[in-house]
Design a protein around this ligand. Structure first.
Ligand SMILES: [Fe+2]
Length: 376
């Protein structure tokens, strides 16, 4: 019998890591025109609970051709929600949940049609319809107590990876943090690249760069592994085809590629982690309400110390598409604002551990973060 030395056991215990064990999307349909299958997809669920669906649609589509194509039945509730002014908040989700339950009771399911914020609203609402109290109670990992109702994501902007992630990011009075658990993941996603054709050019760029940045961050840190790397490598290749070179631009072929890149970038970071850009971006968004993808672009522009290759390629893409990223924003911010941003960013240890390592607190201090914000 092999005799194991006590020291060997101790070493094994010290180096043992916990590997992520995630639930994926249950069903995915991909293809041009697949949105037309939505009614058929929802049909088997229509008998569940009080027998009606809630559609959460980006207000951008109000009065546009897509509005006519949403398969709403007479008994369903539809909310057109504007996500232009702010990212989803805990208060907004609580109000919406209370209103829906008071009106018609528990729905058969929730369908989100829109960009990353609408995906987050649909996921959070699905969970909060069955979990009592304010959503602020559940911001964090595995705090949700009961499974939500059936929920479907139909992205109309690609890049954030919200269609595949196990988190529904909400801004609350204290923190910007997701409701993160297995039940957050969509039961079904409908990936129809025709739906992203009408994205305004600047948002097409910012959201696509969110995917690119997910990959750079996923790859550059200690959580990266063969599984997350394979997704990141492919997603970055697709991003380069979409944003660099002669075939780049908003074409049907590139819309197909971007939709897949977003999904794969999301999967890459799920099995690895985001890093410096996202940690800073959370600080900026929490304090000033800056939209996630735009905030990432503003910050990535100044992170050559951390991601030299990624930032160089990012700048190439910015220049190629003549995207105007403003400079000198920090001139308008007082020290108190910058300090608040730095504290929000600092309090994301999982990102810093991945990006910097065990000694991250020696490298990243509030002053270092404040200096980074001052570069903006
Ligand atoms: Fe992101």
């Amino acid at each position: 019998m092999l005799k194991i030395q006590p020291e060997a056991i101790m070493v094994a215990a010290q180096t043992q890591t916990t590997h992520k064990n995630f639930k994926g999307i249950e069903k995915t349909v991909f293809g041009r025109g697949s949105f037309s299958q939505l009614d058929e997809i929802l049909a088997p669920r229509r008998g569940d609970n009080e027998g009606y669906f809630v559609f959460i649609v980006d207000n951008y589509f109000k009065g546009k051709p897509l509005e006519e194509r949403v398969p709403v039945h007479a008994e369903d509730l539809t909310y057109y929600i504007s996500v232009e002014e702010h990212e989803p908040t805990t208060e907004q989700i609580d109000q919406l949940r209370d209103e829906i339950l008071a009106k018609k009771g528990l729905p058969s399911g929730v369908v989100g049609i829109g960009g990353g914020s609408i995906m987050d609203i649909a996921k959070a609402l699905s969970l909060m319809l069955t979990n009592e109290g304010s959503s602020t109670l559940y911001q964090g990992l595995n705090l949700i107590k009961k499974p939500g109702v059936y929920h479907v994501g139909v992205p109309t902007i690609s890049g954030t990876g919200a269609e595949v992630s196990m988190t529904a990011v909400l801004t609350g009075p204290v923190k910007k943090l997701g409701l993160k658990c297995e039940w957050t993941v969509f039961n079904q996603v409908v990936l129809d690249p025709e739906l992203i054709a009408s994205v305004p050019r600047n948002w097409w760029f910012y959201t696509g760069m969110d995917t690119y940045i997910h990959c750079v961050e996923s790859e550059n840190g200690r959580m990266n592994n063969a599984y997350s790397h394979a997704y990141a490598e492919q997603a970055m290749k697709l991003c380069r085809e979409v944003y660099l070179g002669e075939q780049s631009g908003q074409t049907p072929e590139n819309d197909d590629k971007l939709m897949v890149a977003s999904l794969m970038g999301g999967l890459s970071l799920t099995y690895s982690e985001v890093g410096v850009c996202h940690a800073l971006s959370y600080g900026l968004s929490k304090i000033l309400g800056t939209r996630h993808c735009y905030a990432n672009c503003l910050i990535m522009n100044h992170l050559e110390d951390y991601y030299p290759e990624g930032v160089a390629e990012f700048k190439q893409m910015v220049a190629y598409h003549q995207i105007d990223l403003p400079q000198g924003l920090a001139n308008e911010w007082d020290d108190e604002t910058i300090t608040k941003m730095a504290h929000v960013s600092y309090n994301l240890p999982h990102m810093w551990l991945h990006a910097i390592g065990d000694n991250w607190q020696e490298v990243i201090t509030i002053d270092v973060l404040k200096d980074l914000f001052r570069r903006l």
